[in-house]
Ligand binder design. Structure first.
Ligand SMILES: C[S@@+](CC[C@H](N)C(=O)[O-])C[C@H]1O[C@@H](n2cnc3c(N)ncnc32)[C@H](O)[C@@H]1O
Length: 267
């Protein structure tokens, strides 16, 4: 069985992948069920999404929105750009990005969970978002060409990966020089103990895989990007007792971040 070590953590990758897929299949198909985390439009608005943007995208995608922050003010998307969304889920951020880059631009969403992609694809076709495509794949092995993307976005996903260094290497590979990484994700103030990091269930709930914030930033820089801005998203809170305990004890929190791929002046 494949296990991976990252920051003294050992989590069983196959077990983790199955738990994540099971959880996000339910997020796609039964968004009003019970989860460790909040979802939906009220959350999106509290995080910073404008009602104007949300009114222009499919309501069913927003019902399954499971992001952890707002980063579009950092991404600063421009008409005609190509965008990649890592862990695109039911599609909320791909649709918001599609509006911002217009029909001259394009958005690719990558997700490993079939039911999430199926839902996003069905909503895209119904509502005519012709500049959005979805690809089955892993964020550790992104199905995109080298230096083909202007902006990589991601919301609440990278914490779920057992190999974050590899995810950031992939981001650096697919971004054009000077391209941007604009994301929201879960990190911690102090290192999580192994009892939490080895627990695939807590990992799938966006807690167990959270990386210490300085290590997270260092992983991005090591991949070849310069971190320009980091902000805490105090509006995001976990809702289960387990999750709230970990939040208080280890400073599990949401951040939004902008980084630029080194190699050419940013736009
Ligand atoms: C917390 S949800 C966020 C979805 C979406 N970004 C949103 O804001 O609603 C995490 C998503 O990432 C996907 N995911 C998690 N780990 C992944 C991986 N290693 N490769 C590809 N997709 C992954 C899951 O299938 C799920 O759809």
């Amino acid at each position: 069985m494949g296990t991976v070590t990252e920051n003294k953590q050992d989590v069983n990758r196959l077990e983790l992948e199955q738990k994540v897929k099971d959880m996000y299949r339910d997020v796609a198909q039964d968004p009003h069920g019970e989860f460790h985390f909040e979802m939906g439009r009220v959350l999106a608005e509290r995080l910073g999404y404008s009602s104007e943007d949300l009114d222009r995208i499919p309501a069913e995608a927003i019902e399954s929105f499971a992001g952890v922050g707002y980063y579009f003010h950092l991404a600063d998307l421009v008409n005609g750009e190509s965008v990649l969304d890592l862990g695109s889920g039911s599609g909320t951020d791909t649709f918001v990005a599609a509006i911002k880059v217009g029909t001259n631009g394009n958005v690719v969403g990558v997700d490993m969970t079939d039911e999430q992609r199926a839902k996003a694809e069905q909503l895209r076709d119904r509502d005519g978002f012709s500049n959005v495509t979805y690809r089955k794949g892993y964020i550790e092995e992104v199905p995109c060409k080298d230096e083909s993307i202007d902006v990589v976005i991601s919301n609440g996903v990278i914490n779920l990966s057992a190999d974050k260094n590899q995810v950031f290497r992939e981001v650096a590979r697919v971004l054009k020089p000077g391209g941007r990484l604009a994301i929201s994700d879960i990190v911690t103030e102090s290192q999580l103990p192994e009892g939490i990091t080895c627990n695939a269930t807590l990992w799938a709930a966006c807690i167990g895989g959270a990386m210490q914030q300085d290590d997270y930033r260092a992983a991005i820089e090591k991949a070849g990007l310069a971190v320009e801005h980091v902000q805490d998203n105090s509006e995001y809170q976990f809702i289960s007792d387990d999750a709230m305990g970990a939040t208080q004890k280890y400073g599990v929190k949401s951040i939004s971040l902008l980084a630029i791929k080194r190699g050419r002046e940013a736009k």
